[in-house]
Design a protein around this ligand. Structure first.
Ligand SMILES: Cc1ncc(COP(=O)(O)O)c(C=O)c1O
Length: 490
């Protein structure tokens, strides 16, 4: 009997390497013998010894349950899922799987407009027609929160053919949606709720954290284990909830559809080990990190001009709860933008933030790191930049970004626009045409245009102004917006 203190998959890899079998299979580095010496020196020999292919006897084929199966079952138990699949292309793959799964039920879906780009890509892959729902926008911080249950209810009523709804919770900034109420609304319309919980893989492991989406009735949950829990970059999971609106075999097929036939054993072993750490030590580690972050928030609030986002945000529209393991710093009082402050932290102190926006910067903490020590470095750097900035510099740095105009009408599915006939036109000739690419002016990085939407003069002017003010454009084939790709309509 294996338990949460075991790592059956990792152990099977180690046993394979220790046996040193004749390796007449991929990968061609053959356990390191055929690898470039520079890479061998950088990584050491062990990753090569453990890097073995799928369909290896005694690991993922052979007597059931194989170590691979047993380890995924332990993950399902740890997160409270009916079944869990490991993913080796990140939570991005999870969003692809989720929408391809919904695509088996019909043609329309209700989707939060500021979903991660992988959800937009998943709309293209699945061909689903989205009804986009605006997230709640914070009028002061200029950041997007989550979707409210009444907004979801209206969108589902307006979209009687919808086969599901997708929401993001927690957001990048730590705002948590009212998932229990969202699930209740979705179920009252007879459809499943997909929660992109990429940023919430730790929520299951401490009672002071907001409850995880699976425990609140979500039907499919995407979890980017590498972001906070500590597996290797690119490793993630998708969890099937305990309802019966989504069929397990459909998820299984969709996982295979968007996965390499050569998934990395090392990434998967890191998921097995991260699950063990979370299940056996998560409560203790999260507790320590939360205590350190409480002290860090207090110290940041003492630095002139800085504040933090915290549980005071709960109750704002689209914010049901707040994830205290996220450190989001409100920089408005400094009169510097988050971009400017992040640039100074990087250039003057070699301190790198996860995200910098106009008013808010986000620092990510891992569940198991020594958060007290990391915070000392961050606090020193923040104090250093603030104390060394003159009034004159602050006047020069002040930039005003205005709120974006409403987005254009969706006139065809993202898939039709992305795959259909298209041409490149000058930006000034694009008004009234249908975009075949995404455009997201940064700040704040919420898409202004998605494939299938008609382009408006207001939106193109807004993007041009943002670029002229030193902002940037994401998703576009021409990031200076001289040209863009549009659909050739018959
Ligand atoms: C909400 C959300 N979903 C999905 C993803 C994709 O995660 P991954 O990088 O693991 O593919 C991200 C990445 O930042 C995200 O913020």
């Amino acid at each position: 009997m294996t338990g949460q203190a075991d790592t059956p998959y990792l152990d099977a890899l180690r046993a394979y390497a220790a046996r040193n079998p004749g390796r007449f299979h991929v990968p061609g580095h053959k356990g390191g013998a055929g690898a470039d010496p520079g890479l061998l020196e950088a990584l050491g020999e062990r990753p090569f010894a453990l890097d073995i292919p799928a369909l290896t006897y005694g690991i993922d084929v052979g007597d059931e349950p194989t170590p691979f199966r047993a380890a995924q079952q332990l993950a399902a138990d740890a997160w409270g899922a009916k079944r869990t699949w490991w993913l080796i292309n990140g939570a991005s793959q999870g969003n692809h799987v989720a929408l391809l799964t919904l695509g088996h039920r019909g043609h329309c879906v209700v989707t939060q407009r500021n979903a991660h780009s992988s959800t937009i890509d998943a709309l293209i892959m699945s061909g689903l027609r989205p009804t986009f729902v605006s997230p709640e926008l914070d009028p002061e911080l200029h950041i997007a929160h989550s979707m409210t249950p009444d907004t979801l209810d209206r969108a589902l009523s307006d979209t009687p053919d919808a086969v599901g709804a997708t929401v993001v919770s927690p957001t990048y900034f730590g705002a948590v949606a009212d998932v229990a109420a969202l699930a209740e609304v979705a179920h009252s319309h007879g459809v499943p709720l997909v929660v992109d919980e990429a940023w919430g893989s730790h929520l299951a492991f401490h009672e002071e954290l907001p409850a995880p989406a699976l425990s609140l009735g979500a039907d499919l949950v995407i979890s980017s284990i590498h972001k906070v829990v500590g597996s290797l970059t690119q490793s993630a999971m998708i969890h099937l909830g305990n309802g019966d609106l989504i069929e397990e075999h459909v998820v299984d097929r969709c996982v295979t559809l968007v996965e390499s036939t050569s998934p990395s054993a090392i990434l998967m072993a890191s998921l097995d080990a991260a699950r063990r750490m979370a299940a056996t030590r998560g409560r203790e580690l999260v507790g320590e990190t939360l205590a350190a972050l409480t002290r860090t928030r207090e110290a940041i609030r003492e630095i002139p001009g800085l504040d933090v986002l915290d549980e005071r945000l709960a109750g704002a529209r689209g914010v049901f709860d707040y994830d205290p393991l996220r450190l989001a710093i409100d920089v408005r009082g400094t009169r510097m933008s988050g971009y400017e402050l992040a640039r100074r932290l990087r250039e003057e102190h070699d301190v790198l933030m996860e995200l910098a926006g106009e008013n808010v910067m986000v620092a990510v903490y891992g569940m198991g790191e020594d958060a007290g020590a990391s915070s000392e470095r961050l606090l020193g750097a923040l104090r250093g930049v603030i104390e060394s900035t003159s009034e004159a510099e602050l006047d020069a740095a002040a930039v005003q970004f205005t709120a974006p105009p409403p987005w254009g009408k969706l006139v065809m599915t993202p898939r039709e626009a992305f795959l259909g006939p298209q041409e490149v036109v000058a930006a000034r000739d694009a008004v009234g045409r249908v975009a075949s690419e995404s455009l997201a002016a940064y700040p704040p990085g919420i898409p202004n245009v998605l494939p299938g939407e008609r382009l408006t003069a207001e939106t193109l002017d807004y993007i041009e102004r943002t670029i002229a003010h030193g902002g940037s454009l994401r998703g576009a084939s021409d990031r200076a917006l001289r040209t863009l790709r549009v659909v050739v309509e018959s």
